[in-house]
Design a protein around this ligand. Structure first.
Ligand SMILES: Cc1cc2nc3c(=O)[nH]c(=O)nc-3n(C[C@H](O)[C@H](O)[C@H](O)COP(=O)(O)OP(=O)(O)OC[C@H]3O[C@@H](n4cnc5c(N)ncnc54)[C@H](O)[C@@H]3O)c2cc1C
Length: 411
């Protein structure tokens, strides 16, 4: 039988090593950071601990798991990354400590695929070395982010540069980033609406690139910035990919990046389920432990089944990416399902914890407000459902069967 649900020995070893690294290095560092929070030393402790975590990741050979060895990475494929990311994301700083966090991870893949050699030297290498950080600037407050053909930020070709004007927001990691991948409209009347945009590498700081504010969210401020772009000059050689390829580049970036989010969300969902069970085995009410009550067991059962489905979907989509097969449907379905499961599982965990779950004494409240954006960023639920339905209708109309739209599995 060709179907094998076990990892090769070397991937299993990496996974075990990441778990040990999180237990021995990340969790103690996070405890130090939390203890110093809001105090006068908070910033200093944060910087020290981040350096310590990243340096140790390099020493343990866990640095940059998703990148090829020629860029200093471990060269893991997407299936192996599912194991690493789900493990690392059980902690808050794990993915960042390994230099495998959004948006840098997606930007690295984008640069690896689209950048010229000179662009790789100037932008990709320092990103891989951890000496630069980046952001990805596409969404605008004035038009629906779900439809990038509406982008208004405009680039006009001048003698030796592009002049760009526009407005972006929710640009994650923009404060502290040394460069941005910026999507702007370059074609006024393209043959296809998707071919209106191009991508640019923008050095930060640059005149004409202004961070207006960190947009505060229901989860607080997390460096999702509003950016005003006025008369920004970008050298011609800083166009990334060809003219009119911004949409293509964004889509190519978003597929694996969406799945990378799912891998991290699995780690969070698993933690929430374990917390739910742990609490239910300790809390006593109305003559028995919560875990002995059928109403609570249903929540545990539903969450366990969903977590299982999340893992199967993510592994299958990752397997298709690794085999260079068309993965769009599988990533879409996984992204929708995992995002919604994550929200449901965290919500049930809060329910079982009662007031404690609503408090900030456990990580659940923070996890819930973070999880909420999963349902609309990187493709809103409804947009994925629309695409999934279109593919199912198309498959049925063309072949009389929905098999190819439902994972194309041999069943
Ligand atoms: C935490 C966070 C981080 C982010 N980081 C970045 C970043 O680094 N860079 C960046 O460029 N952007 C980033 N974004 C923005 C994100 O990509 C957008 O929020 C997303 O693309 C949706 O766009 P929008 O918010 O404009 O919502 P809209 O496009 O206005 O959509 C709003 C709602 O309309 C509905 N809808 C839209 N289209 C359809 C349809 N076809 N059918 C049915 N219903 C529909 C959906 O319910 C959707 O949720 C981030 C957002 C968040 C919350």
């Amino acid at each position: 039988m060709a179907i094998d649900f076990s990892f090769p020995e070397e991937v299993e070893q990496v996974r075990t090593q990441v778990r040990r690294y999180c237990d021995e290095i990340v969790r103690p560092a996070e405890a130090e950071i939390a203890a110093a929070e809001d105090g006068p030393e908070a910033r200093k402790v944060l910087v020290e601990q981040v350096i310590h975590m990243r340096k140790t990741a390099q020493e343990w050979g866990l640095w940059l798991p998703h990148m090829p060895e020629e860029f200093g990475g471990m060269g893991l494929g997407h299936v192996a990354m599912a194991a690493v990311s789900a493990e690392a994301a059980k902690t808050r700083f794990g993915p960042f400590a390994l230099n495998a966090q959004a948006p840098d991870e997606g930007n690295m893949h984008t640069l690896l695929h689209w950048a010229t050699d000179a662009q790789k030297d100037a932008y990709l290498r320092p990103l891989c070395e951890g000496t630069k950080r980046s952001c990805f600037a596409m969404t605008e407050p004035e038009v629906a982010g779900s439809d990038p053909t509406l982008i208004q930020t405009h680039a006009v070709e001048r003698d030796d540069h592009w002049e760009i004007n526009g407005h972006k927001w929710f640009i994650s990691g923009a404060a502290g980033a040394q460069f941005a991948i910026l999507i702007a409209r370059t074609e006024d009347d393209p043959e296809l609406p998707q071919a209106a945009n191009s991508a640019f590498l923008v050095d930060i700081p640059s005149e004409g690139w202004e961070i207006v504010r960190d947009v505060h969210t229901m989860s607080g401020g997390h460096n999702h910035c509003e950016i005003r772009i006025s008369g920004l000059k970008v050298p011609k050689e800083n166009m990334l990919g060809g003219r009119g390829q911004g949409h293509l580049l964004g889509q190519a970036r978003l597929g694996p990046a969406r799945l990378a989010h799912c891998m991290r969300w699995i780690g969070q969902a698993e933690i929430a389920l374990e917390m739910m069970i742990d609490r239910s085995m300790k809390r006593f009410a109305h003559g028995s432990l919560l875990g002995e009550k059928q109403g609570i067991q249903w929540m545990i059962a539903d969450s366990t089944m969903e977590l299982y489905q999340c893992k199967l979907m993510v592994l299958h989509a990752a397997y298709k990416i690794d085999r260079k097969e068309d993965f769009k449907s599988e990533v879409s379905m996984a992204k929708h399902f995992v995002a919604n499961s994550l929200n449901r599982i965290i919500d049930r965990a809060i329910q079982v914890h009662g007031a404690l779950g609503y408090s900030t004494d456990t990580p659940l409240a923070h996890m819930a407000t973070q999880a909420r954006w999963a349902r609309f960023a990187d493709g809103a639920d409804e947009v994925h459902q629309w695409r999934i339905a279109m593919r199912a209708i198309e498959a049925y109309t063309r072949t009389g069967s929905v098999t190819s739209a439902a994972g194309d599995l041999p069943l």
